[in-house]
Design a protein around this ligand. Structure first.
Ligand code: ZN
Ligand code: ZN
Length: 644
């Protein structure tokens, strides 16, 4: 019975994610009580959590909020978003404008909505334990009948990662993209067998499709993954253009003829609105062309006499294919280690992007069968990811592969902010094994990495080329979007023609195409967390609990009360996890027991019938305060009061 009670606590939190669509007030007030509303209450078995706070009593738990408060609660105006007026165009960036990742934008014209991209980002320190985060789909769910299609610019996870779940919530509309992106989406969809299959339609960059009454065209862009495309939406007042992720195919600022040709469609076009990537807005100059990285890697593969291990992003498909081609041409074998990398290379081969000969790619366990100078190994884990191939090799826990003295390790990737320490650790572990490490920062070495996003000069070029009337910066943190706005103004655009959005901003272009405004109402924008099988945009309580548990642990009190006498049936059970080690704190526990006994018996003294809720609240408040006074820690206190 007791054990069950404990379990039911954790199941309460998990269940509540799915069910709790309660208004802000119920989770505003703290947490758990609101969560139970939908729960079938077991007779007299109640629990909830308490944490000591100086500023209030009992349930007023302090602690940093994982998300900024404005996206915390459903927008009070959400239900008051007026219908789109005839002739106007509505643009709603639903994700990717307050962060790097989870890109998604909806465009509504007349009776039709199309959606561009449906990305994700992986959980970070703000969202402990969550698998990944996707954009909020509420607005789209509420306008399902108008959604005609989802367009995907390219196959990176910040553009396709949310596709399976997003589609299942918005009525599973058809998805348009180019071949490799569609193949990658199909692989991802296969991981969700319970969801309806993808209705994918492969398009080519010079095609035009009709979605309801909206005409959509594409153009090819250069990025680190093949088949990347920009999207053009034709409207009565001109084109809406978004290139997706791009960098220019240029060397020393001279843009290639091919690239110029691709963008020449804009020469005579009337571009109403440009929405474009702000990722590298802080980087001066043009971005380093990928071709220089290819040359650098080629030099190294030729020059290094021992075995070469290259760790890269599995999403840099163009580069991975190039490495395989070069190694093959030099008579070397390639082993690939890491699931996502294998999948992506398989997709590129399946799409005929490149075609290695039979026998070039060998299994990782055979890597030792070849002389070191005949072996190139591609691995995941350039970010120091704990379970990726390179980490396992670095800390000698890899079952099929071992680093050898004399190996050269090339980290062909930048370090994503936040991963610096993990990468340092992996470099330490590697260098202890007598290897040479070349990273994109190693002075005097060839280039081994370039960004996939355009720098400031690439961005300027795109603005000039598309010469839009209006501009919405997307893809980036807020400060990046602001910098992008400044850049657009430097290029001559007037401030009233630029809108810097937040996730969920509703932006409208007037009937005559002369004005762009942001409405005061917002579409719901709280990030939706995918946590196991559950998807929800209101996991505040759960996430906060995880953060609290990580900081100060938890303390469970199980008190058995005699219904008739109001006295404790026996000494209460106490369970501590991540708070204090019970064996070494017997005195503290003894005092806690005394306090519990006194608290229970004082409160039941004149009570008839006994109010178990009241006892529990009291207990939570008193014990959390006591523990704080004695230990300066604020564990989550969970009182469980049972009657017999
Ligand atoms: Zn990308
Ligand atoms: Zn991207």
């Amino acid at each position: 019975m007791r054990k069950k009670t404990r379990l039911s606590f954790s199941s309460v939190s998990i269940e509540a994610k799915k069910e709790n669509k309660a208004p802000a007030s119920s989770y505003n007030s703290g947490h758990s009580n609101g969560e139970y509303k939908n729960q079938e209450r077991k007779k007299l078995t109640k629990s909830s959590t308490y944490q000591y706070s100086k500023f209030g009593k009992g349930q007023n738990r302090r602690g940093s909020r994982p998300f900024n408060s404005k996206s915390q609660f459903k927008n009070p105006n959400e239900n008051k978003i007026p219908k789109l007026e005839e002739g106007k165009i509505r643009i709603i960036p639903l994700g990717g404008v307050e962060e790097i990742g989870k890109n998604m934008t909806a465009i509504e014209i007349g009776n039709d909505i199309i959606v561009i991209d449906a990305g994700m980002y992986f959980s970070n320190e703000d969202t402990p334990g969550v698998d990944y985060v996707i954009p909020n789909t509420t607005y789209l769910e509420e306008h399902k009948d108008k959604i005609r299609a989802l367009f995907i610019t390219h196959g990176h996870l910040d553009h396709i990662g949310g596709v399976p779940i997003v589609l299942s919530r918005i009525g599973n509309p058809p998805v348009y993209s180019r071949n490799i992106s569609v193949l990658l989406m199909k692989k991802r969809q296969a991981e969700f067998p319970h969801l309806p299959p993808l209705k994918a339609i492969v398009v080519e960059k010079d095609e035009t499709v009709m979605c309801g009454k909206i005409k959509v065209k594409f153009f090819g862009v250069t990025h680190t993954i093949p088949d990347s495309m920009g999207i053009i939406i034709e409207t009565n007042n001109g084109w809406i253009v978004t290139p997706g992720d791009y960098k220019l195919d240029q060397v020393d600022g001279i843009v290639s003829e091919e690239e110029k040709k691709e963008y020449s469609i804009f020469d005579k076009a009337k571009v109403l609105l440009l929405m474009t990537d702000s990722t590298n807005i802080e980087n001066e100059g043009f971005s380093l062309p990928e071709i220089k990285v290819h040359q650098g890697l080629e030099n190294l593969i030729k020059k290094v006499s021992g075995r070469i291990i290259i760790a890269a992003f599995s999403s840099s498909i163009t580069r991975l294919a190039y490495i395989i081609k070069i190694a093959e041409s030099l008579g070397k074998k390639i082993a690939i280690d890491g699931r996502s990398m294998k999948t992506n290379i398989d997709v590129a081969i399946e799409a005929n992007f490149f075609k290695p000969q039979k026998g070039t790619i060998v299994p990782i366990e055979e890597a030792n069968n070849y002389p070191p100078n005949k072996m190139v190994i591609l691995m995941t884990g350039a970010q120091g990811e704990e379970f990726a191939a390179l980490s396992r090799a670095a800390n000698k826990s890899h079952k099929k592969f071992a680093i050898k003295k004399g190996d050269t390790i090339i980290l062909s990737a930048s370090i994503v902010p936040g991963n610096e320490r993990a990468v340092q650790k992996i470099k330490d572990n590697l260098s202890r094994q007598g290897v040479k490490i070349i990273s994109f920062r190693t002075p005097g070495e060839d280039f081994v990495h370039a960004t996939g996003h355009g720098n400031k000069e690439d961005i300027k070029w795109l603005h000039r080329k598309t010469h839009p009337k209006f501009f919405i910066p997307i893809h980036g943190n807020h400060f990046m979007l602001e910098l992008h706005k400044e850049l657009a103004m430097e290029l001559g655009m007037s401030e009233e023609n630029i809108v810097v959005p937040d996730n969920g901003s509703i932006i409208e272009i007037s009937q005559d195409g002369q004005k762009i405004v942001m409405r005061k109402e917002k579409a719901p924008s709280a990030p939706m967390m995918v946590d196991g099988l559950a998807v929800s945009d209101i996991q505040d309580v759960v996430i906060r609990d995880r953060q609290m548990l990580a900081q100060d642990g938890m303390f469970v009190i199980i008190a058995l009360i005699d219904q008739n006498t109001g006295k404790l049936k026996k000494s209460p059970d106490l369970i501590s996890r991540g708070f204090v080690y019970l064996k070494e704190n017997q005195e503290l526990l003894r005092q806690v027991r005394i306090i519990i006994k006194k608290s229970v018996e004082d409160s039941t003294l004149k009570m008839n019938p006994i109010d178990f809720d009241h006892i529990k609240n009291n207990l939570g408040e008193i014990v959390s305060k006591f523990l704080f006074q004695k230990t300066a820690k604020r564990p989550l206190v969970i009182p469980v009061v049972l009657s017999v």
